[in-house]
Ligand binder design. Structure first.
Ligand code: HEM
Ligand SMILES: [Cu+2]
Length: 532
């Protein structure tokens, strides 16, 4: 409870976030059950609205993003050769703000007599204002989100300071592991993007509780201002969700291809470009408002696909001619690539303003963002779990179970979300609890709901794997995969201060160099040299 150890906090973050995933997943299951067939099966319209609102918020703010923070906490000091984070107490405080904020968010769905919050995850006024969303539910939700936002800033400050100031001798910025680079850019994005959203939330609270008029046209306010402030967070947020997992698969793919990353520098530059560009595209969420410069934001959005495309060259180029080994972390990384490719291509389609007028608020969009966030981030999360579990706990997860988890999840995921492209093109809008028969919507929806069952079976099987592996405790050794980055050069699990001795750092693959001194150019290390 009182720990300030970055490794324990990292694991606490990940476990808490994963628990939120199970809760958010259960809500999704309820929605898919309702949508499996026409007619009302399970929930009424108002509860359905609450379901998708809370589901969206949990998945984004309480699961994927904090899981990235957890990984960063666990890995950054290990990857750069530091004993802990720069501000261990701030780090602990960040965790508790996140956990507390998350609880408030959960409470918000029960606390209000007018039912839970039913505004959609972006809480647009006037719908989220006092007139249409009375009760304390939305207030709790807004407060909870503000706490989570503050916790993001705390952990961001920590990641940035630690990486800039606490690197081991020899660990230059251009030798930094790609995961660390990606979470540094993520942290900077968080620092830029969260404050405007907190401002928007606070103004919304004023409107709700103190008769403020910020977003109420009747009092001279402007709801569009809320949309600007919100999406200035909302769009970078999707990169906050994905960048850490770009980092993850860029660690795993080289290791399981037995090759160094193809185009390290290009990859880092692409990450920086994505970070910078992502702060300039927010209004593509507002094409249909008619008050933003559509051609400009459309062009910016197309542009951001370029550095993302560069990364595909890095990944494919790394695998090309490599000695591939399809261990479970590699399988999930390849699943990430397949799903994210589909998500990316449909994203470029939506970046075109004319197409977006057609497809906005349809199931096409719902499917697009699940392909990026679920098909990308979540597969990245599982790649990370299977990859670093042996480091964190000293024993392996099962390869056999892992393959089955992967197969169920990949098939289940695509069964769930591919039919939603179809039904979206057939005109089904998002956020509806029921639909009429005879529109060609029934079969895709049924397939989608069955797919969600397959997907859940995969997730449950993972839980079984985690528990049985814990019993079995197949020892992992310090470096079960032949890893490249520094964390593989210490014991599994690492000692409290991470390293009892550090290898010399002469490239971005210090653990590899340590195992293969014959491949490293330059004079061999001598005993007179200071320990690097
Ligand atoms: C576990 C598998 C998942 C299933 C079966 C699922 C299913 C759904 C469904 C049925 C909806 C409501 C669609 C509508 O009525 O418009 C929805 C909305 C949403 N989901 Fe998921 N989802 C899953 C995972 C995720 C993940 C991992 C994320 C994000 C990281 C996510 C983010 C969202 C968001 C942002 C919304 C929109 C909420 C809104 O309209 O305000 N989902 N999901
Ligand atoms: Cu966006």
């Amino acid at each position: 409870m009182t720990t300030t150890d970055h490794k324990k906090l990292g694991i606490m973050y990940c476990v808490t976030a994963f628990t939120f995933f199970l809760i958010g997943g259960a809500l999704a299951g309820a929605m898919r059950a309702e949508l499996a067939d026409t007619g009302s099966q399970l929930v009424g319209a108002q509860s359905y609205n609450t379901l998708f609102t809370v589901h969206g918020i949990i998945m984004i703010f309480l699961f994927v993003a904090p899981f990235g923070v957890g990984l960063a906490n666990y890995l950054v000091p290990l990857q750069i050769g530091a004993p802990d984070m720069a501000f261990p107490r701030l780090n602990a405080m960040g965790y508790w703000f996140f956990a507390g904020g998350g609880l408030l968010v959960l409470l918000s769905s029960f606390a209000s007599d007018a039912g839970g919050v039913a505004t959609g995850w972006y809480l647009y006024p006037p719908l989220s204002g006092p007139r249409y969303s009375p009760g304390v539910g939305p207030d709790l939700l807004i407060l909870g989100l503000a706490l989570v936002a503050i916790s993001t800033v705390m952990s961001g400050v920590n990641v940035i300071t630690t990486t800039f100031l606490m690197r081991a001798p020899g660990m230059t910025m251009w030798r930094l592991p790609v995961f660390t680079w990606n979470v540094v850019v993520t942290a900077i994005l968080g620092l830029v993007a969260f404050p405007p959203a907190v401002a928007a939330f606070v103004l919304l609270l004023f409107d709700r509780r103190l008769a403020g008029q910020a977003f109420d046209p009747l009092g001279g306010g402007d709801p569009i201002v809320y949309q600007h402030l919100f999406w200035f967070l909302g769009h970078p947020e999707v990169y906050i969700l994905i960048l850490p997992f770009f980092g993850v698969i860029t660690e795993t793919i080289p290791v399981f291809s037995r090759k160094p990353l193809f185009g390290y520098t290009g990859f880092i530059l692409a990450t920086l470009a994505i970070g910078a560009l992502s702060t300039g595209v927010w209004a593509h969420h507002m094409f249909t408002t008619g008050v933003v410069d559509n051609p400009f934001f459309s062009a910016m959005t197309f542009t951001i696909a370029v550095p993302t495309g560069v990364k595909f060259f890095n990944w494919i180029g790394t695998m090309w001619g490599g000695k591939l080994s399809f261990r479970v972390p590699m399988l999930f990384s390849i699943g990430f690539l397949l799903n994210f490719l589909i998500g990316g291509i449909t994203g470029v389609m939506l970046a075109s303003a004319p197409l977006d007028f057609q497809l906005a608020d349809s199931y096409f969009l719902v499917s697009h963002f699940h392909y990026t966030m679920m098909g990308g981030s979540v597969f990245g999360i599982f790649a990370a779990i299977y990859f670093w579990w042996p480091k964190a706990f000293g024993y392996m997860l099962s390869e056999r179970f892992g393959r089955a988890v992967f197969a169920l999840m990949l098939v289940g995921f695509n069964l769930t979300f591919w039919p939603q492209f179809v039904v979206g093109l057939r005109g089904m809008p998002r956020r509806i609890v029921d639909y009429a028969p005879g529109l060609g919507w029934d079969t895709p929806n049924l397939v989608s709901s069955l797919g969600a069952l397959v997907l859940s079976a995969g997730v449950l099987l993972f839980l079984v794997d985690a528990f049985t592996s814990r019993r079995r405790r197949t020892p992992a050794g310090d470096d079960p995969w032949g890893g490249f980055s520094l964390e593989w050069a210490t014991t599994s699990p690492p000692p409290e201060h991470n390293f009892s001795s550090l290898p010399r750092i002469r490239s971005e693959r210090p653990a590899f160099d340590m195992r293969h001194p014959e491949l490293v150019s330059g004079p061999p290390a001598t005993a007179s040299e200071p320990p690097a």
